[in-house]
Design a binder for this molecule. Structure first.
Ligand code: ADQ
Length: 494
């Protein structure tokens, strides 16, 4: 771990303008109990925040997930853990309800119908107030700290902190898309959510489109409240200015490169190469979520098998699905649907005496195991119907490049990542037949072209890695916070 700290430390200080403490506020605390005791949990947000937490002091405020006996600080880091316990009713109403069955589908273009329940909203308000109280208590112990609030679970927190700490630098980052104002307008509590976010000095999104959707929602739904939009800034009636930015998140490219070349991975790769020997391997890696286009991907593979009988023995598709939110009915339904499709496809196309064409793992894997799968896959199919960013595609190009491979990345145009990785084979997953042809055509590209695309995408991801994202975010929050405090002091004096 000491070695890890040095690596992150070098990478972060290279970018970082200041080293003030950070109080991060996110739905979940980033630790879990593993075989060797408490460890950092996997997942996009933890990966993103880990570098800053290894070089900054501060605190992380989040739900303990019901875990008992959690350590007081992050393993090997100078960051206090501030655990919040939630009742069974709060978990049902705030988390499974408002966060995952109202906001998640609404913010993902309502591809599943959002459910609106007043009891869920009241619980969301209450739980956001608890998070804000705990963040304020943590801030009292961290003079000069920056507050960094994350994601759709906590959109009221910036305003709740602002009300009690007018001079506090506050940033908010949304990890999911922001839909068009027409869609967002369906939310019965839309003004409250917008006002909650406008408590921050900086509200950030992955892409320019989400940012501009948000600003347009403010202009339209808060018209008459005295706000004024000027470019990317929103002027509030009390004189405060809220900046909005587009800041695509990324991965720790150095860490994935290291995973791809670590001792031990060769044995994993060899085992997989043997398992899929003589077959072209297509791979999907996702949380099992209806936004990820897993069904469309399966149907596209089915069409390929239908059109090309030789593929039935020469091609394999492996879907690795991480269990997710199985307390929400849409997710249980999705799992059943995915497993039905897999059963049907294998039933139709497994040739006697041969392996099945579709392989399926329903579990989380270690980063190193995942790297081995990325290394051997001839194609990664990233086909979300909508996805704020998507980190899996960035992980794949880094591992492929580190292993000098020439796999293809088939990437949905409805991911945030699409704007950053134009060398991918872009696809529209709603057009399942078109998707099946895109995959086929991609597999037919000459090796040098595929290799060049991987290498260009990897170079981009290495340059725009998560360390740079963290540094830019914190610098922006600190700068904007200082400006706001100076403006407030001037208003008071004058
Ligand atoms: P997610 O929807 O969770 O994140 P994604 O960005 O793809 O989606 O990140 C998933 C992470 O989980 C990746 O790091 C991946 O390696 C890991 N993972 C997936 N399947 C796994 C498995 N079976 N075992 C182990 N690890 C697995 C949300 C938004 C995204 C946004 C991120 C970060 O929905 O759009 O990119 O936050 O902001």
């Amino acid at each position: 771990m000491a070695e890890t700290r040095t690596r992150y430390g070098d990478a972060v200080t290279e970018h970082l303008a200041d080293d003030r403490p950070v109080v991060a506020v996110a739905n979940r605390l980033p630790v879990q109990h593993g075989d060797d005791g408490w460890e950092l949990s996997p997942g996009g947000l933890v990966t993103a925040l880990r570098p800053v937490m290894s070089t900054h002091s501060g605190a992380w405020v989040g739900w303990d997930g019901g875990a008992k006996g959690m350590p007081a600080t992050l393993p090997d880091m100078d960051v206090r853990l501030v655990p919040i316990g939630l009742s069974a009713t709060q978990i049902r109403n705030y988390y499974h309800g408002f966060a995952n069955a109202t906001l998640w589908p609404l913010l993902h273009d309502a591809i599943e119908k959002p459910r609106f329940e007043r009891a869920w909203w009241y619980s969301y308000r209450d739980v956001n107030a608890i998070f804000a109280d705990r963040a304020l208590a943590a801030l009292a112990e961290e003079p000069g700290a920056i507050t960094w609030v994350h994601d759709y679970h906590l959109m009221l927190v910036p305003q709740l902190i602002r009300g009690r700490r007018p001079d506090q630098p506050i940033g908010f980052f949304l990890h999911v898309p922001w839909p068009s104002p027409d869609l967002f307008a369906r939310l019965p509590w839309r003004e409250q959510i917008l006002a909650g976010l406008l408590g921050a000095d900086v509200v950030s999104f992955h892409t320019e489109r989400y940012r501009s959707n948000f600003v347009r929602a403010c202009a339209r739904l808060l018209a008459g409240s005295g706000i004024e939009v000027r470019g990317t800034e929103i002027m509030l009636p009390d004189g405060r200015v809220v900046a909005t930015t587009a800041s695509p998140i990324s991965i720790d490219a150095a860490e994935f490169t290291q995973n791809a070349t670590a001792p031990g991975i060769d044995a994993d790769i060899e085992a997989l190469a043997e398992q899929f020997a003589g077959r072209t391997l297509l791979l999907g890696v996702d949380r099992l979520d209806y936004t990820k286009g897993i069904v469309e991907r399966l149907l596209a593979v089915e069409m390929m098998l239908e059109r090309n009988p030789e593929y039935r023995t020469s091609l394999a598709f492996l879907q690795i699905a991480m269990p997710s939110r199985d307390n929400v009915r849409e997710y249980r339904h999705l799992r059943a649907t995915v497993e039905q499709h897999i059963g049907r496809i294998n039933g139709r196309f497994t040739e006697p005496g041969n392996d099945v064409p579709v392989h399926y793992l329903y579990r989380g894997l270690s980063q190193q195991h995942l790297a081995a799968y990325y290394a051997v896959a001839d194609a990664l199919l990233v086909t979300p119907l909508i996805d704020g960013m998507n980190l899996v595609c960035k992980e794949y190009v880094i591992v492929q490049d580190a292993r000098d491979e020439n796999g293809i990345l088939v990437l949905s145009e409805f991911t945030g990542a699409t704007g950053e990785l134009p060398q991918a084979i872009l696809c529209n997953p709603f057009d399942v037949e078109g998707l099946s042809y895109r995959i086929e055509n991609g597999l037919g590209l000459p090796a040098e072209i595929r290799r060049a695309a991987i290498s260009e995408m990897a170079a981009y991801v290495r340059k725009h890695d998560v360390h740079r994202w963290v540094a830019e975010q914190l610098t922006e929050i600190a700068t904007r916070g200082a400006k706001a405090a100076a403006a407030a002091a001037a208003r008071e004096a004058g």
